[in-house]
Write a protein that binds this ligand. Structure first.
Ligand code: GLY
Ligand code: MN
Ligand code: MN
Length: 444
């Protein structure tokens, strides 16, 4: 399994420090545990920005970058060693481990941060941090600044400028390295196996959550410790609910089943959607709309290449879907006029994709200077057109109602076009039917 190397973490910190203003300091907090109830916590996941820079997965840590400082430029504040707590909760690296295993130039117990950090900030003109994301951290940051201000008459120099680090850091995270792409490829491949397993396990009478179990089982077997986001398993009308996560209903004969699920691997997400017939055979109407969404998806993927703008794949989708819905009589009028007025909205109400990376809806600006971003090699995005014909839409012939379809792949921009990371899971309807027919469980 590919992992981000210590060298790459060091290069990330170096690259960020080169972007920071001279005489500045960056303070990046990690995540803390959140309580579920009494002594039980929600599963802990490190904050992605912090993880990206440090590789350090313990709660209650703060990373400090002080570019140009002679003594130490990279400082970690971490939980101190605690033999008693470690019996209950497991290993802690402690400050020594933070230096030895995570390459901090220096490290201190997090409990000492109020005593040490103001000294590191003093004399630095600019502070970079996250602003307005975590009210507790904002408050703490100002308390450290005020500690320095309180000593102005003794000659202390508090920082004057405060900058949000998100912009610089997220631009850096947007373009993925070879190691990151290798991990994302593995994440997509193991998730593809999970989607295939769910297709094969599906038959009328199975509960939506049972297909979720098939997906999560296979993802975990593949090395993914947790899902990249809560799985959506929607059968029948539920496929028309974009963020349906109840997954609690029985799957009926004649339903289409929409599964949007992906495992996370080494802190990188996959995000795949497939739609297939519960009984293994598309009905005529299902197949007609499915073919249309697939045509839109293929046209959209075709538009992913360096030099294209972010919006071009979406525009390709909207054109294909609008033309198709006019042909089928679900929309009426001139295609260009319908596109101009976004007439497709009752059937297709989301954009065709988003950045993908450590976060499923990953960081990075979609516009730069007011213009749609130009795609560059190493950017990873999803392509996920859909059609959702509400069961309550009385404007369309009854035969179309309650059909929800989305087809979602993860693609990385390459030098010549793009690579589909999630290509292992079939989306051609004939291949889907063949895969479902080949399932031993269906035959038994
Ligand atoms: N799974 C969330 C999305 O597709 O954007
Ligand atoms: Mn998705
Ligand atoms: Mn998505």
């Amino acid at each position: 399994m590919t992992r981000i190397s210590r060298t790459e973490f060091a290069e990330r910190r170096q690259q960020l420090m080169e972007q920071l203003a001279p005489g500045s300091i960056a303070i990046i907090p990690g995540a803390s545990e959140t309580i579920r109830n009494n002594d039980v916590h929600h599963p802990f996941r490190q904050n992605s920005d912090f993880m990206y820079l440090t590789g350090f997965a313990e709660p209650d840590a703060v990373a400090v970058l002080v570019p140009g400082r002679e003594a130490a430029q990279y400082i970690l504040f971490v939980r101190d060693k605690d033999p008693e707590r470690e019996i209950w909760d497991g290993y802690r690296a402690g400050p020594e481990g933070a230096v030895a295993d995570y390459d901090a130039d220096d490290a201190f117990p997090i409990d000492d941060i109020d005593d040490i950090l103001p000294g590191l900030m003093e004399g630095r003109s600019r502070v970079y941090s996250h602003m307005g994301v975590d009210a507790g951290f904002d408050h703490q940051l100002m308390a450290w600044v005020n500690q320095i201000r309180a000593r102005v008459r003794l000659g202390a120099r508090p920082p004057e400028d405060f900058s949000d680090i998100a912009h610089l850091l997220h631009d850096q995270r947007l373009v993925k390295s070879e190691q990151e792409i290798a991990i994302m490829r593995e994440a997509a491949q193991l998730s593809a196996r999970a989607h295939k397993r769910a297709m094969q396990a599906c038959q009328p009478g199975v509960m939506e959550y049972q297909l979720q179990a098939e997906i999560e089982h296979e993802c975990m077997l593949g090395g993914s410790p947790w899902p990249a986001y809560p799985a959506i398993v929607g059968a029948g009308d539920h496929a028309c609910v974009l963020h349906y996560i109840e997954n609690a209903a029985p799957i009926k004969d004649g339903d289409l089943v929409l599964i949007d699920a992906g495992g996370e691997l080494e802190y990188y997400a996959s995000d795949i959607t497939r739609t297939f017939p519960a009984n293994g055979r598309f009905s005529e109407e299902q197949r007609t709309l499915y073919d249309l969404v697939l045509r839109a998806q293929l046209a959209s993927i075709e538009a992913v290449k360096p030099g294209a703008t972010w919006i071009e794949p979406h525009e390709a989708t909207v054109r294909v879907l609008t033309e198709g819905l006019v042909e089928l009589g679900l929309l009426k009028g001139d295609v260009d006029t319908l596109i101009e007025h976004n007439a497709i909205k009752p059937f297709y109400m989301h954009k065709t994709g988003h950045w993908l990376g450590m976060d499923v809806h990953d960081v990075g600006d979609y516009k730069v200077g007011g213009e749609w971003r130009v795609l560059e090699p190493g950017m990873v995005l999803t392509i996920e057109p859909g059609l959702y014909i509400s069961p309550n839409n009385t404007d369309v012939d009854e035969k179309w109602r309650g059909i929800g379809i989305r087809i979602e792949d993860d693609v990385v921009v390459t030098r010549n076009g793009c690579e589909i990371l999630s290509a292992d899971v079939p989306k051609d309807p004939t291949e889907i039917e063949a895969l479902m027919a080949s399932s031993e469980q269906r035959l038994s």
